[in-house]
Design a protein. Structure first.
Length: 79
């Protein structure tokens, strides 16, 4: 042993809502062929892409929405 002492710090994981945080983004993906649409801020890009993809591929009836939300670790008390 070297006589080292270590301390651990508690952290809380929470959504990053700081002014410089990355934006929350949304992407649509076809569950049949796994093609993805454009990534945007949720202003209709997701469902618009789904409708266009469905029109081009009428047999592709299942979709998913992929949400990217930034989180951060907030330091708390030392233990």
């Amino acid at each position: 042993m070297t006589g080292e002492r270590r301390r651990f710090r508690e952290h809380v994981i929470e959504p990053d809502e700081e002014p410089d945080a990355e934006a929350i983004t949304f992407t649509a993906q076809c569950a049949v062929c796994e093609e993805r649409g454009p990534t945007g801020d949720g202003g209709g890009e997701v469902t618009g892409w789904m409708a266009r993809h469905l029109k081009a591929h009428p047999e592709h009836l299942s979709y998913r929405e992929i949400i990217t939300r930034p989180y951060r670790a907030v330091p708390g008390a030392w233990r």
